[in-house]
Design a protein around this ligand. Structure first.
Ligand SMILES: C=CC1=C(C)c2cc3[nH]c(cc4nc(cc5[nH]c(cc1n2)c(C)c5CCC(=O)O)C(CCC(=O)O)=C4C)c(C)c3C=C
Ligand SMILES: [Fe+2]
Ligand SMILES: [Fe+2]
Length: 297
């Protein structure tokens, strides 16, 4: 029997899970590539989780689990089992009982490559030392079906596109990681260009980066700076880095940046849903899985 494993970052449904998530994230060499992580991971997780959980409570915890579980159920069929794993929270890949499968197809749910996301998932797969055939589906931001879903979600959120300024909000990344050869920024720019060509006319279309963390320089423009340009205007945000809604979209974009938008005097501020567990997303992923199962390498 074959298995397909959906892989995602993880998230927090309670305080304990948040502490674990933060600890595991900052212990990942793809996030902090120096032994200083052995000091920073316990420090950041211990000092941050209580304060951050107060914010997570506003959204009742992360939706990443529920949606990933629904998507997993929708993909189930007679030809292969479908499972999911989370990089920084349970179940981790090593917790799944993969021994019983003859072949495995891994599907990291990241549309773009980054050392910190896709490559970190590859690390996790390699650590399993599997002695059976397996494949890993590559980032899929160029996929036509995927981009049709994004287009549809954007257009279903508003009526007159010419009245709205569309901002693609990408999760940020430290510039130091890009300098080491991470292609994330390049792929995000390419993705924005693909989507621009598919979309009708908006008042404006731009790209900004959310979630800067710590004192170093991250990819720019920062979303909080970009928003300042739109006093008395309508702003529609599309969270371009994510397949599935999570605290970065439900809390950061829909609560925290929404609050900032109000302070700035933005007229209307809306955030588009991610592809999530819709029928169309399940169809798209089934196609991606079938293409991969039928390909040689
Ligand atoms: C050094 C810090 C971080 C890097 C680099 C980073 C990259 C990165 N993250 C995502 C997706 C998600 N991140 C999420 C939460 C989250 N991310 C960081 C830090 C970095 N992310 C922190 C500290 C947190 C926790 C929240 C907080 O304390 O502010 C999540 C959400 C999890 C959830 O609970 O729902 C996702 C998803 C991407 C795609 C990415 C690089 C491209
Ligand atoms: Fe993050
Ligand atoms: Fe964030």
């Amino acid at each position: 029997m074959k298995a397909v494993v959906l892989m995602n970052m993880g998230g927090a449904r309670n305080e304990k899970e948040l502490k674990e998530f933060l600890f595991n994230m900052f212990m990942d060499k793809r996030i902090i590539n120096s032994p200083v992580r052995y000091i920073l991971a316990p420090l950041i997780s211990n000092f941050r989780y209580k304060k951050v959980w107060k914010n997570y409570e506003k959204i009742g915890g992360s939706r990443i689990y529920k949606i990933t579980q629904n998507l997993t159920n929708k993909l189930k069929n007679d030809n292969y089992d479908v499972l999911y794993s989370m990089r920084y929270s349970k179940p981790n890949l090593k917790d799944l009982n993969l021994d019983k499968y003859s072949e495995i197809l891994f599907l990291p749910l990241y549309p773009h490559y980054s050392f910190t996301t896709f490559q970190s998932s590859v690390d996790e797969i390699e650590e399993l030392n599997l002695n059976k055939p397996y494949k890993i589906i590559k980032p899929f931001y160029k996929n036509v079906k995927f981009n049709e879903i994004i287009k549809e979600n954007i257009l279903n959120s508003i009526n007159d596109t010419k009245e709205w300024n569309l901002i693609f909000s990408a999760h940020g990344l430290p510039k130091s990681i890009i300098k080491k050869g991470d292609t994330y920024e390049k792929e995000i720019n390419e993705h924005v260009n693909i989507l621009k060509k598919l979309l009708p006319e908006f008042k404006s279309i731009s790209l900004a980066f959310q979630s800067r963390f710590g004192p170093t320089e991250w990819l720019k423009p920062y979303l909080h700076e970009e928003l300042k340009k739109y006093k008395n205007e309508n702003v529609l945000i599309y969270p371009i880095s994510f397949m599935i809604d999570n605290s970065e979209t439900d809390l950061e974009l829909k609560v925290e940046y929404a609050h900032l938008a109000k302070e700035i005097g933005i007229k209307n501020y809306k955030v588009v849903e991610c592809p999530n567990d819709s029928e169309k997303t399940a169809e798209f992923l089934k196609e991606l899985i079938n293409e991969s199962n039928n390909s040689k390498s």
